[in-house]
Design a protein around this ligand. Sequence first.
Ligand code: F0G
Length: 462
Amino acid sequence: MSFAFQQCLHPDCRSTFDVGQILTSCPTCGSLLDVNYDWNAIPVPARLADFEKRWSNRLNPVDYSGVWRFRELLRFATDEQIVTIGEGQTILQRNDLLARQCRMQPGTLFLQYEGQNPSGSFKDNGMTAASTHARMVGATMTACASTGNTSASLAIYAGVTGLFRCIVFIGSGKIAFGKLSQALDYGAKTIQIRGDFDDALARVRQLCEKHPIYLCNSVNPFRLEGQKTIMYRVLEGLGWQVPDWIVVPGGNLGNSSAFGKAFLELKMLGLIDRIPRLAIINAQGAATLDDFWNEQGLRWNEGRPDHDVMTARFHRMDQQNERASTLASAIEINRPVNLVKALRALQACDGIVRRVTDQEIIDCRARIAATGFGCEPASGATVAGVLRLREEGVISASDRVVCILTGHQLKDPDLTMAYHSGDAVLMGKKLTPAGVTQTPFANPPIVVDNSEAAIVSALGLN
Ligand code: F0G
């Protein structure tokens, strides 16, 4: 017997579908789908702390997984069906050095370091869930469009488990080499289309509708169930206390949507007594959500957001061929597919949205890395957001804030090197076009002759 079902998000539809169906939108009305549960039938532990002890059970992969040790909160599969490769062994890290830079009190700023996942990004939290569902429905071919991390993640699950093959679609020229090299290495069939991520996603959706290919982008509701667990681990890292703020970069808005759903469910189940506030940070050059939320006043509106506002904006983008453009290539997305779910999350979490410049993003990425937590540019948007919100007085010095570091530093070494070396060629190619003029946190290598005297002099030891 299944405890779960798929359900249309739209309040006038609410159609339900079996978990055995492969769907990425409601067949009745076209809205996004959730995975929902018959909570009365699931033996959810009485306290969140009860999940914790499973982690020590390292010989059972399902208990050891940072996703599946919370499995009663995403009970769409049986233990036997679960596909896990040890994802979610990520830790909440207190960071007083950054707290000081953000003029916050010690013990208030935390980094949830998702770069520690097997493929180096938070995507593995979702891909373990999507892979599990793919196995449940007997899929043999899977696909995704990606700015890089989703493809690396899908490719690693296909490679390690051998359960299915995968095709990944990427846009031209934008993908960070660390990510592309992963997809190629893990054996994904990689299609680079002449277009950007938004184009690639539209194409792969079209392909999966017409052919027996299982789609693993975040329109897949099962994937987002896995991403809820990032929030469970944040709570775990805080001794099951709820922080004041979760700060997350916004791209396709899968994470934001999953986090909102996680907190709504925990509150409904009586496992937490309050919901943290959510701050979604867009890059300036890919700020569709910020535009909708702050300029156009688009809101969840009980599941009836103003579709005319959305249609008009997307129509204008088409007319003017408006393309996303940011050095944070992971979030270079203009048409976030989970927009409506993210509006629900913002409503549930009393959320806010900000946009930060590429200069702020890459400076903050370097500042985070200088405290020992290497992350990719998109993750830098979180601390850039915190600095902004501190300036605005929205986040106070004593608020407990958790920044989600979504991807590992080694995903995008080119940009890191461009920043630190100030290399004219790299700078010209990577930094200048986006309006980045300075690298104040650069730590360039010092080039010296191969002589003791030169080294001693360079080190200031003479
Ligand atoms: N940070 C990183 C490192 C990402 O790779 C992504 C998304 C995001 C943030 C944004 O997350 O879409 O949930 O809002 N990367 C996708 C990809 C789109 O294809 O790898 P989101």
